[in-house]
Design a protein around this ligand. Structure first.
Ligand code: C2E
Ligand code: MG
Ligand code: MG
Length: 701
């Protein structure tokens, strides 16, 4: 037998015939034509040789003892590689029956016996060529099919009215619709409602322009959002090929990449890059609306040490816990509550391993930034419990404020950093403004605030009383309670220096309550001392007025003092009641029904008309000092004052003039039927002992 390369190149013909002569002649003849010949004497041997040598062609005799040629052919077709090997059947001459049976058994062609030796070699060569072509075709078809199957895209042929002509599924492609029997269906029967118009639009565009259209669409299915990308290619006059790819994963990865590019992985906070973008946007807004903004650069003090002694796991936990506290601080600060609206874009970002930055956009002045900084320092004073470790850490904060410290992102960031290092230099655990002058005012205010917080406990407040007099009889008809702060270093502090701070910090609520109780007790004491009863007037700030507990507080104060409510007068400023007129009216009626008196303070400064006041159940209108001043020389003031008196009377309000300093003012007011007065002319606010003295003396106008 021939071996090796020759064998591979020369086609192998297997001759299965029981006739020795036929086999021998075939061999001679075919070898002469460069074929390699293998022989078998019967069917069984034929099959085993076939299995062994895998011939390129089989010449098979029909009539053989044992297994006949038909059976051999059928069996051969079942063998591996036997499906497509050409089989040339040698049948009896013109034996139609045998010819048919040969084809049925899977023969490729037939040749009649006795064999025509001259054409046998040609016939075989011809068959081999045909078989090779067929084989190649088969291979490439297989390849194409494999290729198509490997493409992860759905493919549709669709005509212009959205009918699917044919369809190719794709492996692992989650579809919203069943993927069989699609032909003839309309797009709207398959696609989510919101996608159909888009698909139709692009199909039409593709058909109009002849250009490939690419679009993405999203839809929800089984709690998942899918993203598909569709390419629409024109494939006929009225027909497109839509190639749809599931890019859900790709999109997710893309989003993840974007997220990672803009966020710090450990804390989930925006990173420096992202922060700069936000600051840029915030600056644009700040410039447009002419508002300040602040950036707080926060560095953890001695973070490295914690990392080294407790390990990185604890270090990481600490950073996460710090993040949480910072976010809470920024959200819940007073500053934010004050501007409670949706546009808050205060942001905490992480700049580096132990460095954070906070953007405050909703501030009114630098002081607000200092407050947030102060609050942050406070929350750091509580230990962090991490993995059973109690960790104490402090922070140093540098503050920059637009527009004072810079007008662009880089300058502001740089200056915030400088300020932070300054805070570290100052001994850590503190904050510093980049602008030194701001440090001074902020510090001053903070010290005052701290003192104020303690003043109530330390009993540093006093109530002074200023008599109110009846202009007709000249007698004392009331006393206005006015607070004073006996500060250990500053001396007697006037309300102008601390009331607004008390309001800002909410301290006005307990302080105001104290004034109320003190004034009630004092009033009752005067009555108990035998002076004929008169009212005491207490100023209420708007935050007290908005407290749900106000009624209870007042009732308690009256009960405690054992005082008749008609001797208590509450004073609200005009601007306070105008803030939320409807709620105010309801509340005032409630107070009135308790039997109290109500008065409106500083009237004339809030631009409200008296007729508007008709709706409020006031007893007294107090004309503001600024009108009373110079009432005798300034004709405008005179006109306003007389008008207020006249109109207030028409509404049955009592009128008291504030800040009366001269006799001429007094005369003017008397002449115009003003009911009462209060002012330095008679007495400034005085301590209770002195007020008692007035009463004893029966002092009057
Ligand atoms: P107000 O209620 O309008 O009190 C009148 C203020 O005018 C008092 O100032 C009083 O000293 C001053 N005044 C009285 N007569 C004259 C005068 O002839 N000439 C001048 N130039 N001033 C006169 P004070 O005591 O400094 O209080 C200032 C403001 O502080 C008060 O204005 C009131 O709005 C507020 N205030 C005082 N005590 C309290 C309080 O207990 N609670 C609240 N919420 N506010 C208070
Ligand atoms: Mg007052
Ligand atoms: Mg007043």
């Amino acid at each position: 037998m021939m071996q090796n390369r020759d064998m591979k190149e020369a086609p192998v013909v297997l001759v299965i015939d029981d006739d020795n002569a036929v086999r021998e002649i075939s061999r001679d003849l075919l070898e002469e034509s460069d074929f390699v010949v293998e022989e078998a004497r019967d069917g069984a041997e034929g099959l085993s040789v076939f299995n062994r040598v895998k011939p390129d062609l089989v010449l098979l005799d029909v009539m053989m003892p044992g297994m006949d040629g038909f059976t051999v052919c059928r069996e051969l077709r079942k063998l591996p590689g036997g499906e497509r090997t050409p089989v040339l059947m040698a049948t009896g001459l013109d034996d139609l029956e045998s010819i048919n049976r040969s084809y049925e058994a899977g023969a490729t062609d037939f040749i009649t016996k006795p064999l025509n030796w001259t054409i046998l070699a040609h016939r075989i060569r011809y068959m081999l060529r045909a078989s090779r072509t067929l084989g190649e075709l088969h291979k490439s078809e297989g390849k194409n099919k494999a290729l198509l199957n490997a493409i992860p895209d759905l493919m549709f042929h669709i005509n212009s009215d959205g009918t699917i002509l044919d369809f190719k599924a794709a492996k692992d492609f989650d579809t919203v619709f069943p993927i069989s029997g699609l032909s003839g269906k309309k797009l709207y029967e398959l696609l989510p409602e919101e996608v159909v118009p888009k698909a139709i639009h692009y199909i039409e565009r593709a058909l109009q322009t002849g250009e490939t259209q690419i679009f993405e669409y999203q839809f929800h299915f089984h709690d998942t959002t899918y993203t598909h990308e569709a390419r629409i290619v024109v494939s006929g006059e009225d027909e497109v090929l839509a190639i749809v790819r599931d890019i859900t994963e790709h999109k997710r990865a893309e989003e993840q990449i974007i997220y990672l590019a803009y966020h710090d992985t450990l804390t989930g906070l925006p990173n420096r890059h992202s922060f700069k973008n936000q600051l840029t946007q915030a600056l644009t807004q700040a410039k447009r609306y002419d508002r300040p903004l602040a950036a707080l650069n926060l560095g953890l003090d001695r973070f490295k040490q914690i990392n080294e002694t407790l390990g990185h796991t604890v270090g990481d936990l600490l950073l996460k816990a710090v993040t949480e506290r910072l976010e809470n601080c920024v959200r819940k600060s007073d500053v934010i509550a004050r501007f409670s609206n949706e546009h808050i874009i205060n942001t905490v970002a992480r700049l580096g391993s132990d460095e954070f930055i906070i953007l405050l956009t909703e501030i009114e002045d630098a002081q607000d930034a200092a407050k947030v900084a102060q609050r942050i320092l406070e929350v750091f004073s509580h230990p962090f419990i991490l993995d059973y470790h109690e960790v104490f850490i402090t922070a140093s904060i540098g503050i920059t404020v637009y527009p004072y410290d810079g007008e662009d992102v880089d300058t502001l960031l740089k200056n915030a950093g400088t300020a932070m290092y300054h805070a570290k230099d100052q001994g850590r655990n503190n904050y510093q403004f980049y602008n030194q002058a701001m440090n001074a005012t902020s510090l001053e205010k903070l010290v005052l605030e701290n003192d104020l917080r303690r003043a109530l406990d330390r009993q540093q407040f006093l109530v002074y009383y200023q008599p109110q007099l009846d202009l007709r009889t000249g007698a004392i008809i009331g006393m206005e309670a006015l607070i004073r702060w006996q500060h250990p270093e500053r001396g007697l502090v006037q309300p102008a220096a601390f009331i607004s701070l008390a309001e800002e910090t909410g301290l006005i609520v307990p302080i105001g309550e104290w004034v109320l109780r003190t004034a009630c007790v004092q009033n009752k004491a005067w009555q108990a001392a035998g002076f004929s009863p008169f009212r005491v007037t207490v100023n209420l700030s708007s935050s007290q007025f908005r407290q749900e507990t106000l009624i209870r507080t007042i009732t308690q104060a009256l009960d405690e003092a054992g005082m008749d409510p008609r001797y208590l007068e509450l004073e609200l400023t005009e601007s306070n009641i105008m803030k939320d007129a409807e709620t105010t009216i309801t509340m005032l009626h409630e107070l009135k029904s308790m039997g109290l008196r109500l008065s409106i303070d500083d009237f004339g400064t809030g631009y409200s008309s008296l007729s508007y006041l008709k709706r409020f159940p006031f007893d007294t209108v107090k004309v503001d000092r600024s009108f009373v001043k110079n009432v005798t020389t300034d004709s405008d003031n005179a006109a306003i004052t007389t008008a207020i008196i006249a109109m207030a009377h028409s509404l049955n309000f009592e009128v008291i003039a504030e800040g009366v300093e001269t006799k001429r003012e007094l005369a003017f007011l008397s002449k115009h039927q003003c009911d009462g007065m209060q002012g330095y002319l008679f007495s400034p606010p005085v301590p209770p002992e002195q007020a008692t003295q007035f009463l004893k003396e029966g002092k009057h106008l």
